[in-house]
Design a protein around this ligand. Sequence first.
Ligand code: LMR
Length: 330
Amino acid sequence: MSNDILNVVVTGAAGQIGYSLIFNIVRGEMFGSDQKIRLVLMDIAPMLDGIKGVIMEIEDCCYPLVGEIVVTADPKEAFANADYAILVGGMPRKDGMERADLLKANATIFQVQGKALNDHAKKTCKVLVVANPANTNALIAMVNAPNIPKENFSCLTRLDQNRARAQIALRAKVSVKDVHNIIVWGNHSLTIFPDHRCGYVSLPSGKSTISGAVKDDTWLQNEFVATVQKRGAAVISARKLSSAASAAKAITDHIHDWHLGTPEGEYVSMGVHSDGSYNIPSGIIFSFPVTIKNGVYTIVQGLPIDKNTQEKLDATTAELISEKEVALAL
Ligand code: LMR
């Protein structure tokens, strides 16, 4: 991987996720400890004064990786020559709302940003959409940026994967680092399907299936799935604000692995344009298990789809298609 300076854009930079994310980036947790970065912090104009304080803090941390820092509210300026665009900015969900309720509020933002990416970013720019509804916002950005390959657009479902992995570790009373290949399928919404069936736990005695380590299939089939699906809402209800540090960590994991690759045999989940794998129709952004090498992801093929999984995939696909129809109507 080249060591040239990377142009990294974060939108919604003045928000809560931004405040955590920016420091993960400048510490080297996203691109590695020797990758120099030019950081572009974008937000709406009234938020820019607050970002000046963040810049003072970045300077005061004395991290050596960041050279220039640009602050702007203009997408054309922000995305000029971008290598990575992390699109966090958008209206956040409040207590009682579903993520799809944000579609109207956020669709225009992603149309404008997709066009600006198309016209100003590098053709190799990689885009991660975080603002909800993340899958459909990523689709809107993608269709507005025909000069950039579809494979360069993604949305964040690593947060759901991390949540699922953490729940398994807690229930099996093992370290989270020993839980592998828990994946999530579909829409970052109430229909996301966390799938433990190809996962395993590494124990001192050898590998165990998740079912063997958890020893409670009823929990795995019901409470585990529901906890992951409703976790974002549970955080909002408790914090009165949506998740921030965990979202920033998941964004860091997503881009880290996209840039530097996944370890041999490890699957990660990314919302990506469907290529028809697992009979998911193309034209939607769907969370699949992937492996990544040299900056290119490959959808893991041949995983077993049983009747229950098929029903879950159908439900989340139907939801994404209906979100897409609403977005097209807008
Ligand atoms: C999350 O999953 O925590 C975020 O997508 C925020 C939300 O609205 O749930």
